[in-house]
Design a protein around this ligand. Sequence first.
Ligand code: ATP
Length: 798
Amino acid sequence: MSHSSTSGLDGTVSSISNVETTSDTAQLINTEDASTSNYTQLNKSVNFEDSDDEEFHGSHGVRRRQAQQKIEPGSMNVLSAKYESLDYDTCENHLLLDEERKRGYPFVVWKDIARWFIILLIGIATALIAFTIDICIEEFSKIKYRELKKSVDKYVVQDRLYIPYLLWVLSNICIVFIGSMLVAYVEPVAAGSGIPQVKCYLNGLKVPRVVRFKTLVVKTVGVITAVVGGLAGGKEGPMIHSGAVVAAGISQGKSTTFNKDFKVFQYFREDHEKRDFVSAGAAAGVSAAFGAPIGGVLFSLEEGTSFWNQALTWRTFFGTVVSTFTLNCALSAYHGRPGELSYPGLLNLGKMEPFPFQFYELPVFMFFGAVGGLLGALWNHINYRLTVFRIKYIGSPWLRVVEACLVAAASATCGFLMMFLLNDCRPLGEDPTKVPLQLFCADGEYNALAAIWFQTPEASVRSFLHDPIGSYKPWSLLAFVISYFLLSSWTFGLSVSSGLFIPNLLTGAAWGRLLAIMIQYMLPSNTINPAKYALVGAAAQLGGVVRMTISLTVIIIETTGQISNALPIIITLVVAKWVGDFFNEGIYDIHIQLAAVPLLPWEPPPLAHNIYASEVMSHPVFTLRTVENVGHIVELLKLVSYNGFPVVDPPLADDVEVTTYKRLRGLILRSQLIVLIQNKIYNENANTTWSNFNVDMNMFRKEYPRFPSIDELNLADWEKTCTIDLRPFMNPSPYTLPHRASLPRMFRLFRALGLRHLPIVNDVNEVVGMVTRKDIARYRVWRHRGHMGMEELILSSE
Ligand code: ATP
């Protein structure tokens, strides 16, 4: 066995070895045969066994070769190494134990009260943001459409309708331009609804800048401009992201954007605490968006949070109730009915009547579900293709702004053409539209399509749900469905902040109504209730796109205020999900896969019990000794980018060259090492510059979450000869598994406990390998048109 001397860290970094070491290791843990047979069973996207051996040299063998792969635009079988994990595991080091001992039970009670108080603040703040967004959208839209109506009324008689058309296009472009510039140049992570990013965060991944204050500001302005700018987008999705940012900000008592530490809630500056608050914030966002407190809790449970417990359910529910209540108070007061509490959420679908349904209608609901599933899958596919095109050809920010403006112009053009070409007239007074446009209709009538386009998409959903039968001609509905379906698919993923809930509800409500007309035509003896089918169509379309079931059912029930409509909606959503899943993934998962995020699914891949830790792990492992030399630590941190290092027994004086593995003593994080060096907690300085009494957990919390990088530390030469005793700071009891543990067992540890690092040990507790989330997430199940298999993804350095 040969050891490379590349790092100069021999002795501290356990055996930086080459290929020979790799095969040696396999023999040592005696699983080589098993591994070969497993690999042949996998439907691998890359055949590692065919790889050129020369590329295996160095510390990482296969993994290094993988890390050099570049992400092909549109590739769905790559994981990016740039995403780091959150750490849900508590580091039970001496400092924490000291803190617990000193503070005792009063501190536990105090912390609990603080948690509830923070949730209260999160609920209120989320609701106030929702209120601001709602009022701005309503007021600006009112001005915009009033002016446009005036212009149409003026120029239609002069036969110069191109003037209001140009005005419409121009106003859309100008408004969207502002939001798009902000997103493209100030904070790109604020684009879209933010739900995929929040989902990743709750799954245990750090998505850079996703919960920053700057992101919140850009998101808020962005969503206002997107909706007022006439794009086929909604404000509901972004509310979920906003709630998450509010939660992350308030619970930490500091702002990274402003570099301001309010010196409160320091004890919540840990990944697992922060993530619990973010779950509650996202739920509060859903609650404010839809006026659906239970839907909010279920959304966090179904879509996001990987780690859930009863206490979190209670707190999250409290947050959602506070959020919807605060928004209700504020909106009711704004609309001149203080105390009436009739505006629970941003999305107000209007109170629906309970619709009676017959047994024989169940197949009809299933049919609606199937149509929703098919259309949803098509919508997702179109959006996927567009996203790949964007990744390939619309890379620079200014091009993204141009595209957003183009879509804004296209939206106005679609609306105008439909109003102009389809003269769908309706008598005035039947529709509560605020801006009835006469256009070419007779006196006392107004253009039904103009009414749909000259209001916010949310108001249009209401129109489709509540307008009486016969309000729209079938051709108008068909034209609207086609244009809005394409526009909304084009809009999602643009460099603007907007969601997809409302546009899909709108498209679904329109084709639901269209199908209702067709059913009425086929069964003239029955009186069909168009509202019923519009609602079921809306649910089916949205369910087909996002593939949510439980939370979406509850959200729709809470938004429409009718529990008795639950069964048709459940049937529709379940069928929509089944049909859609047959063709592709839900839209959020597609975007997550396109971003190469190592998200852990709910379940481990099936038939994977014969894949062993010894095949999944990285080895040899970079380790540190219990008492380590500062120079070595700095060198190691500069050499590799890993975030966790097993701490092992120092070698006996005479076995440096002989023993390959060292006994595990604990695990230490890169961030902890950096803070220790930054504060010069060297053994040589003990009792002069620091002592055990003034080193506590706050030293680490002060820097959380943005720890300095190793290159930012300026070290004098003398410091490099000093040593640090890592024992009081490391996690002395990290979760470990033996090398013969199976993939599902490792998966469950990562998924259920939210681990970041899992050292693999041999029979005598010596570190033989390291497994992280990316090693586990690499094994992924694929399903396509009834077929199923497992693929091994490529780890990319990008
Ligand atoms: P994260 O990025 O999730 O915060 P990390 O940066 O420590 O964790 P990863 O980026 O997930 O680690 O690791 C990339 C690869 O490096 C994985 O295959 C993992 O097994 C391996 N690896 C991680 N830490 C070590 C280590 N100390 N020694 C050797 N290999 C490691």
